[in-house]
Design a binder for this molecule. Structure first.
Ligand SMILES: NC(=O)c1ccc[n+]([C@@H]2O[C@H](COP(=O)([O-])OP(=O)(O)OC[C@H]3O[C@@H](n4cnc5c(N)ncnc54)[C@H](O)[C@@H]3O)[C@@H](O)[C@H]2O)c1
Length: 420
């Protein structure tokens, strides 16, 4: 480590890495100095982007081992695809154990892994390597979420009692890379991909600031999954055309809608509820994050598409399709919301700043691989509930080896889950 500046290496050079690079303009104390991707062109262009944004004098590496061994690398941001997570982590830890480089910390994108067995493996590897570890859940760092939580707890909960219900949703029209759509590679459908965010935001809002995570406790999970849009023949065909022949939702769908209710209790055994909804079958201006929290004498709401900035484009403005107004944009005309700084508003900036600060201070971050593991356990319990069409007590038997039907390519589509 140079004086008080860390050198960061990225594993993966895709969509989410680009968000981190934009966020990095608001991060002090660390530069992006390395990028690894098996696709050399991707790694080179992402490194060039980092230099262009002036977030670091980044260079592309040909292998994870080479990057870990480089003297300028202090920490890694693990941002490869889900099915390569454990393999990437193993390569990092093998290099560390062979005494290469001087790595001190690793931050891993959501989800920590595809299932509980893999998530436990991630925890094992990081413990064995004695690295500091962070779990990258950007939404609990979003300024509207952290500010809302702070005011709600300080002003309202302090006088009238704790919040008891959190509703969180993340919805858009579907992911950008083929592997997300393939249950076996991604670990599931939208439930695995996006409910990890909503569960953690709900849990975060209901946890008193400063209190440990264990101050509220999940008791049971009830969930539904459904394929509402993308297994319809006409949409399955569009999907195949856009994502390639391996993404065939007529024969091998993954859920594009999921909802779950998680019953928690507080320290006094009083009930708390987290309701979460996620979908890839939502068509609006673009990605929509919503949050609602209810307490005895107050409520809080947030909708990421209710942006202060709106742009009206008449029918004469026939521009090319893009994502320049909002992530997962669905239109380029009409009254469109625009987010001034998406990387900041979704939480990437404050998140990356927080993990850099922890690593600089040699301190274990509060949001860690252990939290990523618990979230994976809740996600897998939600799949169990949907498959078995009943509410499941947390933690159920068999959770450690459970792999959802969707992730084994065996789910038949339609809708499943407890009703009534
Ligand atoms: N926090 C968020 O809101 C958020 C948003 C998007 C993605 N993510 C997560 O980030 C991760 C990456 O998603 P993405 O959208 O950038 O995916 P992507 O498909 O856009 O990019 C994946 C990248 O990984 C690289 N890659 C391929 N094989 C690899 C290997 N063996 N080792 C390392 N890298 C390899 C590819 O070249 C590509 O650059 C996923 O785990 C995803 O769940 C999080």
């Amino acid at each position: 480590m140079t004086e008080s500046k860390l050198g960061i290496g990225f594993v993966g050079s895709g969509f989410v890495t680009n968000f981190h690079l934009q966020a990095w303009r608001g991060v002090r104390g660390a530069d992006v100095v390395g990028v690894y991707s098996p696709n050399t062109e991707h790694a080179e262009s992402t490194a060039a982007r980092a230099r262009e944004l002036r977030v670091g004098n980044a260079r592309a590496f040909k292998s994870i081992e080479e990057m870990i061994a480089a003297p300028e690398i202090d920490c890694v941001w693990l941002c490869g695809p889900n099915h390569l997570r454990v393999q990437n982590m193993q390569a990092i830890c093998d290099a560390v154990q062979l005494g290469k480089g001087k790595l001190i910390g690793i931050a891993c994108e959501k989800p920590l892994a595809r299932n509980v067995a893999e998530a436990r493996r991630m925890v094992h590897l990081v413990e064995q390597s004695e690295l500091l570890h962070g779990y990258l859940e950007d939404q609990i760092f979003a300024p509207s979420v952290t500010r809302g939580r702070e005011i709600m707890w300080n002003r309202a909960a302090a006088l009238t009692g704790r919040p008891y219900l959190a509703r969180a949703a993340e919805e858009h029209s579907g992911p950008h890379s083929p592997w997300f759509w393939q249950g076996e590679l991604q670990g599931g459908g939208v439930l695995n991909d996006m409910m990890c965010h909503s569960i953690e935001v709900g849990r975060f809002m209901l946890t008193k600031p400063g209190a440990p995570r264990s101050s509220i406790r999940p008791l049971k999970v009830s969930a539904q999954i459904a394929s509402l849009k993308w297994s319809r023949p006409e949409y399955a065909e569009i999907l195949k055309q856009n994502m390639g022949a391996d993404v065939d939702y007529k024969t091998k769908p993954a859920e594009d809608f999921a909802r779950a209710t998680i019953n928690y209790v507080d320290e006094d055994n009083k009930p708390l509820l987290v309701e979460v909804t996620t979908s890839w079958s939502y068509v609006g201006a673009g990605l929509r994050l919503t949050l609602e929290v209810l307490g005895p004498e107050y409520s809080l709401t947030m909708n990421s598409l209710d942006s202060g900035l709106k742009l009206f484009l008449s029918r004469a403005v026939k521009g090319a399709a893009g994502e320049d107004l909002v992530e997962k944009q669905n239109a380029e005309q009409g009254l469109m919301p625009v987010l001034g700084n998406e990387a900041a508003e979704y939480g990437y900036e404050a998140q990356d700043r927080y993990f850099v600060q922890c690593f600089l201070d040699g301190k274990q971050p509060e949001e860690s691989f252990y939290d990523g593991l618990e979230i994976t356990e809740l996600l897998m319990t939600a799949y169990m509930s949907a498959e078995q069409e009943r509410t499941i007590q947390f933690r159920p038997d068999g959770l450690d080896t459970y792999v959802p039907l969707v992730a084994r390519g065996l789910w038949k589509g339609g809708a499943s889950g407890p009703t009534g």
